[in-house]
Design a binder for this molecule. Structure first.
Ligand code: ADP
Ligand code: MG
Length: 320
């Protein structure tokens, strides 16, 4: 089945790049890393029913498979260049392949990313995307550089994707006529990788991670890697207008703290660098909100000592 499907994917994702010496069609791609740059590479797999709900539109799946990978490069401060796509499908369904390729291509073009190869096999529906990006030597952001006293920032808003998942799962029934509902679904299905923001804060941040598993979990990774603790003020969490509108403020904050799939960047900045960082973000049309501070110790705590259980009372609104 593979050849005609591969041709469809190649045609739909076509994007010319000087540094792609040989793209789809041979046994391997041949790529020219720009002199004086380091290569940042990442791979992520999306499995139907685990990483996207069954019945998600193929275009959204193709978009998301690339988005979650570009988000990993963004967290390193790398500029994306190339991608590989390993596709496993139960049937060689051209309409599904076209949808996947179109969604993938739409986001790839926004970032000038060339699809240079992959693999196509039959089996349970899943996709793996690998991405490659460039970063100046020694300048990649890591999870390990946060120091006590640094401020903690997050781009965009948190919790909306988790709100979208609640709607999919029917805790609050999805109403396609409700604009706020549609906004939250969109955040789940079509996350925006913060690529430009990652490059902009690279010179200023001491540590960075993308929020895929939830703020508490992912900021916890920065803390563990850096040997520090963090304090987060729940009242400072940036929320979309739609989220508290649909779920109420208490649940919205809970979702912002613990919900996954937002793909915002969470990063730490020495206080002396905050102004320069904000200016660099503004220059690329991005913004970030200060949500807390790095402290000595370990683990993530909420300001005022509010135990998470108190925040979790929000779930009562679902009758759970
Ligand atoms: P091989 O058997 O030598 O690995 P394949 O038949 O799997 O080659 O793939 C042929 C060409 O098509 C290769 O260049 C491969 O990278 C590319 N390719 C296969 N599947 C995909 C895909 N899903 N997306 C992009 N390129 C693909
Ligand atoms: Mg071969």
């Amino acid at each position: 089945m593979e050849f005609r499907l591969i041709d469809r994917i190649r045609d739909r994702t076509a994007l010319a790049r000087e540094d792609v010496r040989l793209g789809i069609g041979d046994d391997a791609a041949v790529l020219a890393v720009p002199p004086g740059q380091e290569l940042a590479v990442a791979i992520d797999t999306l499995v139907e029913g685990v990483h996207f709900p069954r019945g998600t539109a193929p275009r959204d799946i193709g978009w998301k498979a690339l988005a979650v990978n570009l988000s990993d490069l963004a967290a390193m401060g790398a500029t994306p260049a190339w991608a590989l796509l390993a596709l496993t499908l139960p049937h060689g369904d051209a309409a599904i392949v076209d949808g996947l390729a179109d969604g993938f291509a739409q986001l790839a073009r926004e970032h000038g990313v060339a699809l240079v190869g992959g693999d196509t096999t039959r089996g349970p529906f899943c996709l793996s995307v690998a991405v490659h990006g460039f970063v100046p030597p020694g300048q990649a952001m890591t999870r390990g550089g946060a120091r006590a006293g640094d401020a903690v920032f997050v781009t965009g808003s948190l919790g909306s994707a988790a709100g979208g998942l609640q709607l999919v799962q029917g805790r609050v029934p999805f109403d396609p006529g409700d604009e706020a509902h549609r906004t939250l679904r969109e955040r789940l299905d079509r996350p925006t990788p913060r690529v430009r923001a990652g490059v902009a804060v690279r010179a200023h941040a001491s540590a960075c991670i993308d929020v895929s598993d939830g703020l508490l979990a992912d900021l916890g990774h920065i803390c563990a890697a850096s040997g520090v603790g963090a304090e987060v003020d729940p009242a400072a969490l940036p929320l979309s207008t739609a989220l508290p509108g649909v779920f109420g403020l208490e649940v919205a904050r809970e979702l912002a703290l613990t919900g996954g799939d937002d793909y915002e960047l969470c990063f730490t900045v020495p206080t002396a660098s905050i102004d320069a960082m904000q200016a660099a973000l503004a220059a690329v049309g991005a913004h970030a909100t200060r949500i807390g501070a790095i402290v000595e110790g370990q683990g993530v705590h909420l300001t005022g000592g509010a135990p998470l259980a108190a925040v979790r009372r929000g779930w009562d609104h679902f009758g759970a």
